[in-house]
Ligand binder design. Structure first.
Ligand code: IVH
Length: 670
């Protein structure tokens, strides 16, 4: 019996080594025939002795079964994205921002920006235990079964590794594999796919992992995360991942490089901008990272991006076409967006008919005339944009675009704030696209999530005069709706049920749903933490609002403006009467231990995340403020607190307390 167990173990090890040579190193060592023979022997043995099947056996990759719905799992720490840059000057500005925060010499590591789907892989005791998509950055979908079919991803690591490890990277489809797939589909009379990236993302969401296994997906891993301090630079992290058998850019030395200055970075960028077509996979730029991990930690993150890395995006594909007209859209907040109506042109596999012109400034900058021959660009999933005009082709009598002065929907004169580029229609209560847009926003998935109501139904109820403001949703009656077109008893019942169910939505969602200009989901959450009820928010002063982390003057003014409006106050009151939640239940105060204290937090914390620390402070009645001033009560310093912040705190004689000391103080007081 033991002999069989040993044989199975030896075969697993041997086949995995061949897989590694083939899929990770791209250097096959045996013929396909020999490989298949070995796999067949293993399959037969495993079939006869299922008690000896190993979790990292190559047979465990395929046929792992069907995933009915992907479970949503919280990331160990957020999966953020990168800020973008498009030219040398923006890279120089990136370096200057870093130099302001750190006086150490900087080394950069340049990597390719693989154009695929981000993935987080968890390894426990060397075994692949979870694979999560990026999702919304906080939580991702568990696609482990599908990812296990990708042969370039080891099920078991080699060498010595920490017990708990996370690696992140990008899954993609090689151009050659994509072409093979499309050729096969065309032969079978099936629709062909648009591009490797979308195909990868669609493939990873397939319910049948067997189908994923057919698709030849590949991977590059670009970061390693562990509680142990295993390495001190990004490059060393990649080297370590490579030694564990993971597929990294070290596969070919030209895919990654370390430089002591931006000059090297410029060379790397230029090289790949010219050579990207020679690769068998799509890249849409280069990623530049500060190499030293301590420096990375000290630089930290903004709410969206790391400050220690930036993407340099290659110029998107450009075409020229005819500008037929400029039309105008009115958004839910009254913002006017000019839209270029173009003679349809194919760019990067899609037909482009319209492009956003953003605002009046943009039109002026381009000096657009009707009938112009314009350059149109489309990069990634971004809306196409007009980047220039071919002046040679402009006819002498071409008419300059004159911006509208009145709302295209309600004719109300437009307004423009001095320091903002956007024109607004101020007729919030009577301008149809605004009225309908606000209701659509209110019921949308990320807001109140009333999915029993669709766009067309809202339009119809609005036209019958039953719905002009969001609060009127809660006054709708079956008798009003039943006589309307396509409104059977069942759909009316469902619709009202959906509206009623929305009353249980938590305060941050309700606040976001109100549609206050510049208050998106994240800002709404931040506001709810700081001002745990709508009354507290309504009565907050401009200064108090701006003292909230990440809330600046523009947002603060918008909130004040919202509550200064009688109609908005009436709507909020009515929604309150209807039973909507306007209190942040999560932040129910646990104690008053930090009452009146204005606290700045800085650095990385070991016992909890920054968000958790903030919640803790708020729950003990303290206030989290973003920058150090003479009014700051204390700075809680985690590991690698920024040197500038430390200096400022010391100059102003603000006490700096460590994480442990801070937690002791809170515990002693409660
Ligand atoms: S590092 C904090 N390195 O680009 C984010 N990302 O906008 C650190 N990507 O979806 C990401 N190649 O999956 C990093 N060499 C590379 C990358 C890379 C592609 C993707 C990443 C993310 C997006 C960031």
């Amino acid at each position: 019996m033991n002999a069989i167990k040993d044989k199975i173990e030896a075969l697993v090890e041997e086949i995995n080594a061949h897989n590694y040579a083939y899929y990770v190193l791209s250097t096959p060592r045996i013929s396909d025939f020999e490989f298949d023979q070995k796999l067949k022997t293993l399959e037969t043995l495993e079939h006869d002795y299922p008690q000896f099947v190993l979790s990292d056996s190559p047979t465990q990759r395929v046929g792992n079964g069907i995933t009915e719905s992907f479970e949503v799992v919280k990331h160990k720490f957020p999966m953020l994205s990168l800020s973008n840059s498009y030219n040398k000057d923006e890279l120089i500005a990136f370096e200057q921002r870093i130099k302001k925060l750190s006086d150490q010499p900087i080394e950069y590591v340049c990597e390719l920006k693989y154009d695929g789907v981000a993935i987080s892989l968890w390894y426990n005791n060397g075994h692949l235990t979870k694979a999560l998509t990026r999702g919304d950055g906080q939580k991702g979908e568990d696609i482990t079964k599908n990812v296990k079919t990708i042969k370039a991803i080891p099920l078991k690591l080699k060498g010595s590794y920490p017990d708990e490890l996370e690696v992140r990277g990008e899954i993609f489809m090689r151009k050659s594999a994509f072409e093979r797939l499309n050729k096969k589909r065309a032969q079978e009379g099936l629709d062909t796919y648009m591009n490797p990236r979308n195909t990868t993302s669609g493939t990873l969401k397939q319910k049948d992992s067997g189908a994923v296994a057919q698709r030849e997906l590949d991977v590059f891993l670009y970061s390693v995360h562990s509680n142990d301090r295993l390495f001190s630079t990004q490059f060393q992290g990649i080297e370590m991942a490579h030694q564990w058998g993971l597929k990294t850019p070290l596969l070919l030395s030209k895919y990654i490089a370390v430089y002591g200055s931006l000059d090297g970075v410029f060379d790397f960028v230029k090289h790949w901008e010219n050579e990207k077509q020679t690769l068998d996979f799509d890249i849409d730029g280069v990623v530049i990272k500060v190499n030293n991990i301590d420096q990375q930690k000290a630089l930290g993150f903004t709410s969206k991006f790391p400050r220690w890395a930036i993407a340099y995006k290659f110029k998107a594909e450009q075409k020229h076409t005819l500008l037929r007209d400029v039309t105008y859209q009115v958004g839910r907040t009254g913002a006017i967006t000019p839209v270029a109506e173009l003679k349809p042109v194919e760019i990067g596999g899609t037909l482009v008919k319209r492009a956003s012109l953003h605002n009046y400034d943009q039109i002026q900058k381009l000096d657009l005339h009707l009938g112009d021959c314009v350059y149109v660009e489309k990069g990634g999933e971004i809306i196409p944009k007009i980047t220039g005009v071919d002046l040679q082709k402009r006819s002498l009598d071409a008419q300059k675009i004159s911006y509208i002065k009145h709302c295209p929907a309600c004719e109300h004169p437009l307004e423009k704030k001095q320091d903002e580029a956007v024109h607004y229609c101020p007729n919030q209560q009577n301008c149809t696209p605004q009225v309908i847009g606000k209701i659509e926003h209110f019921i949308s998935k990320k807001a109140m999530n009333i999915d029993s109501l669709g766009k067309e139904t809202i339009q119809m109820i609005y036209e019958h005069g039953y719905l002009k403001t969001i609060d009127q949703l809660y006054d709708l009656k079956a008798e009003q709706l039943l006589p309307l077109e396509r409104m059977a008893e069942k759909s009316v019942h469902n619709l009202l049920k959906g509206i009623n169910a929305s009353k249980t939505m938590p305060y941050p969602k309700v606040l976001y749903a109100l549609g206050i200009r510049h208050v998106g989901e994240t800002v709404a959450q931040k506001l709810c933490h700081q001002f745990p009820s709508i009354e507290a928010l309504k009565s907050a002063t401009l200064e108090e609002l701006q003292n909230t982390h990440e809330i600046g003057e523009r947002i603060a003014m918008s909130i004040k403006g919202f509550f200064n409006n009688d109609e908005n106050r009436r709507i909020v009151e009515r929604l309150k009467q209807a039973g909507l939640c306007f209190k942040h239940t999560e932040s129910v105060k646990k104690s008053k231990a930090l009452s009146g204290q204005k606290i700045v937090i800085s650095g990385v914390f070991s016992s909890m995340s920054r968000e958790e620390l903030k919640t803790l402070i708020l729950s003990h009645d303290g206030q989290v403020v973003s920058s150090i001033s003479k009014n700051t009560s204390m700075v809680v310093a985690g590991e690698n607190m920024g040197p500038k912040k430390r200096k400022k705190a010391m100059d102003l004689h603000i006490q700096i307390v460590s994480e442990a000391e801070f937690l002791n103080r809170v515990n002693e007081k409660i």
